[in-house]
Write a protein that binds this ligand. Structure first.
Ligand code: ARG
Ligand code: ZN
Length: 864
């Protein structure tokens, strides 16, 4: 059944206090919940509805008396005839060991953990499972003392004691009222790393990180990152932590990255554990960013939460934005921004162009878990970034202060957030709100005109937004466009723009209508325009610009993103030329690109970014129709041409990129490793023998996973015996390291040799392909579907069939994972020819499955 934003109704009952008792037994857990209920409108008669899923109700008691006036139905419990205030106690039985959906309370190897967002709490007990019901929790956990020596929940541990029969119990109390999606419980035997943090106002916080036996020494980087994050939020937003303990637990089987449960975060091991052998440089960055993200949620998410799930971006868009700001201060800011934009284009733009296109604030959903999307998260963050651009840095910060002051302790809406930013900054954002309501990626077209006789440079700007499902008519949005002019020798032209459009102090023009003009007068020579600097808006840009201008921007732009982007635009334009059959034109552009790269100091981090040529998926972004075979040919031409054009540099740069030993995660070292990896990868295109020799050597001598992956990636597409040998050597050495082997699976999944359907099927037969561990499933089939364009789109449809088979298998076990795996198949409307029909056949086969989960059904039916 579909839920609509417009149907929101405030809760009929509030829960002042929640007492939970968990009796953890072998194969089952008994949960007793005592809720102090209060009608929000005393004197009314409506029944109380409690959500519940997969629960066996054992008893129901109201104010100490057995209560019989209730019905247990699909999805919940309806209790009739309750007084305005009462104490209601239910007892249910659940089976964490059989919970393969990994939602609610489940077994993760030998221990038990929870995941409640969005609606997993209803799989633990009967409760009003909605984010606007805030309650104070007191939790008692009782379990076998030797199997589960550590018993954790939110807040403070106020009591613990031994019980008869080798059992023990712990009592936790969380002083902060919270929605049930922030509830957490963990029971198990862990290794632990502790640290300490003192807040500016003097609160001593004990930081405790927990991981599986043997993994404790991999928690150090996460602890450092946590301390960095806590400090950052105090400095940049004046926000302090509000409990005496901050706990984080690593879970090997976890559906997503991590979860911000109050005072007790639960993390996917891949986002928490890091050492040189099991995490790449990028992996270290993920750990730091996710630690920051979950920590920042304490204010943007936990203390101020969402009124309903349509408001998810209230906490996620804002927290991603804060995480990105953090990342820009602790990493190279240019590289950070480039990566953000690459991610947005690779995941969010296709989503916006496909059948699941939805606004940052969706209007309806069937399964909320399907809406933890790049649109809600990453585009949501871009929307906030634009707001900051429009109201200015200082105004934005005042707006945030108003937000924290006004809404602390509340469950609010995106509208409340925007209103707070308006109040703090004094700006009028009424037109801006449309960014939350309209799906799709706007297209901004720029045309320019130079009049030498008057020294006038004129831009004609235009914005368009194509219809998306359910939104046939779109309105223009205010689009902040950061622009700058350069003279022919690369200096900044400072003369001001003239336009009827609003401009901010720092060169941002706000395109708030379908068409407009901007001009500069009195110029001595034709200027070179840089537009969408810093990626000032999440839009596609169409602007035909001479190769020489783009090459000049690659050299002279002082905005690092725009500098990188100039190179991207040359490559993308070249790809489009080759796709049209104009190879000569394409190669000319690539030669301009290569020259500009070759002229750059290789120590500049941007070089590694440039050398990392767009993936096939990035190349297809924005194409209305995708002719797969032609795309693959053009992709290959571009890659080879760049490799040819930089042949000399590649080897020299490879050899010059010596890094320190032992491995150390550090921005400059990471940049060198990244450049070296990109060089080796390109070298394999034009000099396979040399690449194989260097890769073998690198794999044998590397002291870290980043370099080992670089070695394997370089040979990954070569159909030579050394390929198999190197992968085998890695697997022999690292077979017992799940996180390292995930990387190995990921690479195999996108290989031109092993990553074809037969090879993928073979990998899926391995005993270490474990469907109970989402990381492994994503490493193989997630990577295959999302990142292996040639493998997925095999002309005979076997790639689609293979993926569909896995979706069907996973659907029965873990619907959340299945509904992510299926998404590449839904991009069928853009694919040309027979392939689209083959994709449809597979989607129909999935749709026909008996008992298909609501998760997968929602995605598949949107596409059919
Ligand atoms: N709130 C978590 C985070 O972004 C993610 C929860 C995802 N939940 C889900 N059902 N997909 O930090
Ligand atoms: Zn989040």
């Amino acid at each position: 059944q579909v839920k609509y934003l417009r149907d929101y109704q405030a809760p009929l009952f509030l829960v002042d206090q929640t007492q939970l008792h968990f009796d953890i037994r072998d194969g089952e857990t008994l949960v007793t919940a005592t809720l102090e209920l209060a009608r929000s409108t005393p004197g009314t008669q409506e029944a109380l509805t409690l959500d519940g899923d997969d629960l066996t109700l054992l008893s129901l008691v109201v104010d100490g008396q057995p209560w019989t006036d209730y019905e247990v139905g699909e999805g919940g419990l309806v209790v009739n005839g309750l007084p305005d205030r009462c104490q209601l106690t239910t007892q249910v039985r659940i089976h964490p060991e059989q919970n393969t959906a990994l939602e609610g309370l489940y077994a993760c190897g030998p221990y038990l953990v929870t995941q409640c967002e969005a609606t997993g709490f209803r799989r633990i007990t009967y409760f009003p499972d909605r984010p606007d019901v805030l309650s104070r929790y007191r939790v008692t956990i009782e379990a076998d003392a030797s199997r589960y020596p550590t018993l954790l929940s939110n807040g403070n541990c106020i009591e613990s004691r031994s019980l008869d029969g080798g059992r023990h119990e712990a009592v936790w109390e969380d002083p902060h009222p919270k929605p049930c999606y922030l509830f957490a419980l963990v029971a198990g035997a862990f290794e632990q790393l502790t640290g300490e943090y003192t807040t500016t106002s003097g609160r001593q916080v004990s930081l405790e990180l927990y991981a599986d036996q043997g993994q404790g020494q991999r928690l150090g980087f996460a602890l450092e990152s946590l301390i960095e994050s806590m400090r950052w939020d105090e400095i940049h937003y004046g926000r302090e932590y509000d409990l005496d303990r901050y706990l984080i637990v690593a879970a090997g089987a976890f559906n997503m990255g991590a979860m911000e449960n109050k005072g007790l975060n639960i993390f996917n091991t891949s986002c928490l554990l890091a050492d040189p052998d099991t995490a790449t440089d990028a992996g270290y960055r993920v750990v730091r960013d996710v630690i920051a993200h979950e920590y920042f949620h304490n204010w943007t998410g936990n203390r101020i939460t969402c009124r309903d799930w349509f408001q998810l971006s209230l906490k996620e868009g804002l927290t991603v934005f804060r995480e990105q700001q953090f990342s820009e201060t602790v990493n190279d800011p240019a590289v950070a921004r480039v990566e953000q934009v690459r991610g947005l284009r690779a995941f969010q733009f296709p989503e916006d162009a496909g059948p699941m296109a939805h606004p940052v604030r969706p209007e309806s959903y069937v399964e909320m878990n399907n809406f933890y999307t790049a649109t809600v998260y990453e585009k949501g963050s871009e929307v906030i970034r634009m707001m900051r651009t429009l109201v200015g840095e200082a105004g934005f910060r005042r707006g945030m202060d108003v937000y924290f002051d006004r809404h602390d302790g509340q469950a609010v809406t995106i509208e409340d957030f925007v209103a707070a930013i308006e109040a703090g900054s004094g700006a009028d954002l009424s037109a801006f709100r449309i960014w939350y309501a309209q799906a799709g990626t706007p297209l901004v077209q720029v045309r320019d005109q130079w009049d030498a006789s008057t020294g006038t440079y004129r831009l004609t700007l235009n914005q368009q937004l194509a219809a998306t499902r359910g939104q046939p008519d779109k309105k223009p949005a205010p689009i902040p466009l950061s622009v700058a002019l350069f003279d022919q020798s690369g200096g900044r032209v400072s003369s001001p723009a003239q336009s009827e459009l609003r401009q901010t102090d720092d060169g941002v023009i706000v395109l708030d209508r379908p068409n407009a003009q901007v001009q500069w007068t009195g110029l001595a020579e034709r200027p070179v325009l840089s537009v969408l600097r810093g990626f000032s808006a999440p839009v596609r840009l169409h602007f035909e610009q001479p190769d020489a201008d783009l090459a000049l921007l690659m050299r002279a732009e002082d905005d690092a993103f725009a500098r990188w982007e100039a190179g991207q635009r040359l490559i993308h334009a070249a790809f489009a030329d080759v796709l049209k059959g104009d190879d000569a034109r394409g190669k000319a552009r690539l030669s301009a690109f290569c020259q500009a790269v070759a002229a750059t100091d290789p120590e500049a981090p941007i070089v590694g970014e440039w050398l990392d040529i767009p993936s096939t998926i990035e190349f297809t972004d924005g194409l209305e129709r995708v002719d797969v075979d032609a795309v693959l040919v053009a992709d290959n031409v571009v890659r080879r041409t760049v490799a040819e054009g930089l042949r000399e540099q590649l080897e020299a740069w490879y050899l010059a990129a010596e890094t320190e030993r032992p491995y150390r995660f550090d921005a400059q070292q990471a940049h060198r490793r990244r450049r070296r990896a990109a060089c080796l990868q390109l070298m394999a295109q034009v000099d396979a023998d040399k690449a194989v020799a260097l890769a073998s050597d690198l794999l044998a001598t590397a002291d870290n996973l980043t370099d080992r992956m670089a070695a394997l990636a370089a040979v990954n597409d070569l159909d030579r015996p050394e390929r198999a040998q190197l992968f085998q050597a890695f697997a022999d050495r690292w077979a017992d390291e799940a996180l390292a082997m995930d990387k190995w699976f990921q690479l195999q999944a996108v290989s031109a040799v092993q990553g074809l359907p037969a090879g993928i099927a073979e990998l899926a037969q391995r005993p270490d392909y474990d469907r109970g561990v989402p990381n492994r499933v994503r490493a193989l089939f997630g990577a295959f579907g999302q990142r292996h364009f040639a493998g997925l789109h095999r002309g005979n449809g076997e790639g689609y069939r293979l993926l569909a088979d896995e979706v069907l298998t996973m659907d029965a076990l873990n619907p959340q994972v299945a509904s992510r795996l299926v998404r590449p198949l839904t991009q069928l409307t853009r694919i040309e020819g027979e392939r689209a029909r083959l994709m449809r056949t597979e989607l129909e086969r999935i749709a026909a499955k008996q008992d298909l989960s609501a998760d997968v059904r929602e995605i598949v039916s949107a596409a059919l």
